[in-house]
Design a binder for this molecule. Sequence first.
Ligand code: FES
Length: 141
Amino acid sequence: MNKIDRRSFIEHIFGWTGILALTTGALKYISSSKSKQSTLSKVVIGGKQELFANTDAIEYMIGNDKTIIIQYDDELKAFDAACTHAGCPVNWDSRSRNFICKCHGGVFNEKGDPISGPPRTSLKQYKVLLRENTDEIILYK
Ligand code: FES
């Protein structure tokens, strides 16, 4: 029977532990980068003329995930409705043209930048395009 000394035993254990840690880390990285790619999707929201007929903002839900799309200088802008302070939902106020968070009084301007209250970072913004020939709004999340 082979007798293993203490040093060899420790090197053996750390060697396998290191290999296991590297493999686990690599698999986590691969799986997270795959999931990030798969969550980026293109969603056809609908016709702009119809959706924006009587409003300057629309809300679009994917599950519990709310996106607010507003008209801004003849462009469309899409924002995640989760407040950057503590995640409460923000709402669009057409009169002031600001996003309001009722939880702690956070206010964001129409560029999504914080202008009042506790939030310090801008609302997350998504790419949104208008397909001119079909009048379709395309949201990329
Ligand atoms: S969660 Fe919006 S201001 Fe605190």
